[in-house]
Design a protein around this ligand. Structure first.
Ligand SMILES: Nc1nc2c(ncn2[C@@H]2O[C@H](COP(=O)(O)OP(=O)(O)OP(=O)(O)O)[C@@H](O)[C@H]2O)c(=O)[nH]1
Ligand SMILES: [Zn+2]
Length: 236
């Protein structure tokens, strides 16, 4: 029996090119998973693909605490470069614990815990995700085998177990910065992700808001300095 049902489909132009967007409902829990499909999938073999777990903070707000947003957009670009592929946007926010609990975990991380310790302090395992819906989404799209963009061996094992042949893995190591380097180290040390420190370092992006953090100016002082402009007009 299928675990998901296709609910809707339409064309979706994006900054990377034109996709078809599909919505699939996971019948057991009502979750609305998305598939972004580009090109003609043809025989469904060797489809370039990513299973991307939802991360509101990274995907939408460009958070630097993780690498999710960077991975999402790199995956869409890679698919566009090939003109063919499938991105499953998997609604498993916070590795399955949901947004509120993820932000509670972030608060514990602000006090020095790592991602795994914070999850455990809240009473959750390190990773609560199941990928049950994904194989059926591939099947409904006619995908038989994939080249998966991931560093997580669990995704490869799960897809193979569920009958989707993974013919290759394409690493997706992007967006390392001062705010996520510990998070990324924990992924290799505790979560078996497949990348090396050298690979990470080669992708370093230069962002540092240390000055902003230190200054931490009260709002009224910021307002006062904002008036020092060169516009030639007089401000009181
Ligand atoms: N609980 C928790 N979830 C997080 C945290 N940071 C990111 N996430 C979630 O982690 C998920 C992404 O998992 P990752 O471990 O980064 O990567 P992955 O999907 O397993 O593997 P890749 O395919 O290599 O990206 C998203 O659902 C994020 O919302 C955190 O500190 N705590
Ligand atoms: Zn994230």
């Amino acid at each position: 029996m299928m675990l998901v049902e296709q609910k809707a489909k339409a064309k979706l132009p994006t900054r990377y090119g034109i996709f078809d967007i599909y919505v699939f409902e996971e019948l057991a829990n009502g979750k609305e998973h998305v598939a972004m499909v580009m090109g003609d999938l043809g025989d469904g073999e060797k489809v370039l693909s990513r299973i991307h777990s939802e991360c509101l903070t990274g995907d939408i707000f460009h958070s630097l605490k993780c690498d999710c947003g960077f991975q999402l957009h790199t995956a869409m670009q890679n698919i566009a470069a090939e003109g063919r592929g499938v991105l499953i946007y998997h609604r498993a926010e916070g590795r399955g614990i949901g947004l509120t609990n993820k932000i509670k975990a972030y608060a514990l991380q602000d006090q020095g815990m790592d991602t795994v310790e914070a999850n455990e302090a809240l009473g959750f395992p390190a990773d609560m995700r199941d990928f049950n819906a994904c194989a059926d989404i591939y099947t409904l799209l006619g995908v038989k085998s994939v080249e998966l963009m991931t560093n997580n061996p669990r995704k490869l094992d799960t897809m193979r177990r569920d009958g989707i042949n993974v013919v290759a893995r394409r690493p997706i190591v992007v967006g390392k910065n001062v705010y996520n380097e510990n998070y990324l180290r924990v992924k290799t040390d505790k979560l078996q992700h497949m990348f090396t420190q050298d690979e990470l370092d080669s992708q370093n992006i230069d962002v540092d808001f240390a000055a902003q953090e230190q200054a931490n100016l009260p709002q009224d002082e910021k307002g006062a300095t904002a008036h020092k402009c060169n516009c030639g007009h007089h401000h009181d």
